[in-house]
Design a protein around this ligand. Sequence first.
Ligand SMILES: [Zn+2]
Length: 264
Amino acid sequence: MHGRRIEYCSRKGVFTFPALFTHAKEPDASVAKVCSQPLMGHFAYRLSHIATAELAMLEEIVEEVVLQDMPDCRKCPLAEKDGTLRAGPIYRARMSLQENTPCPFYKFVWSNCAPPRGRFFAWLLVQEKIQCKTNLRFKNVVDDAECEVCRVAVESPYHLILHRTIATQFWAKLGISVHQASVSQLWKLDRPPGVPAQHYSTFLLLCAWQLWKHRHDVVFRSQESSLLRLLLSCKEEAHLWSYRLLRQDKEVADAWCHVFCSNM
Ligand SMILES: [Zn+2]
């Protein structure tokens, strides 16, 4: 390696030894400079446990470095043999990482029979990014985050979908305990008797979607909050969504309609 500034090495350090890199006195120091004095002198006192472990690994690497008086030559493990960087191999490497650490909510959000707008809502919901007042307040769109329905709590995704009075009444009617639930793991809600295991994710999305729409009715259309109306809208939506199921699965939607009707 040449003695000139080898920024690639320091940038690589961000990813390889992230804890140690935060202690670097000179993040863009050249390899030659780093090798010219004891390694510890390049880092601010005192290192965290993780950074100390990373330093030990880095010392082993630096010991093997042999500097040569040649032009700066940078190498990237993702580059082709001729040194060209191509997007394809980098994309495939990134996607293989994704397979090893799969997205926890991918299946729940995208592998179901809900209409696209319902899935998109679910994608925002499990990440707690729906346009409720806590999120709007964070973006400075509104002045306060108070729930406009009950005015006793902030309007967070958790409050809207699981915790506000009508939501707790609604889930209780369906026989679903939300006592220790979170919207970011909505798929973990226990399935009650009477609700088929098949398409259970779709059923949960339908419920969350209707709770969200019910909030719009109250906030934007000045309607009274009503558990009966909520259950009725769920039943109507279940009927519509039934056309999205395979013909042989239609009885699943019939069971949903029965669950909503029997609790009105
Ligand atoms: Zn409220």
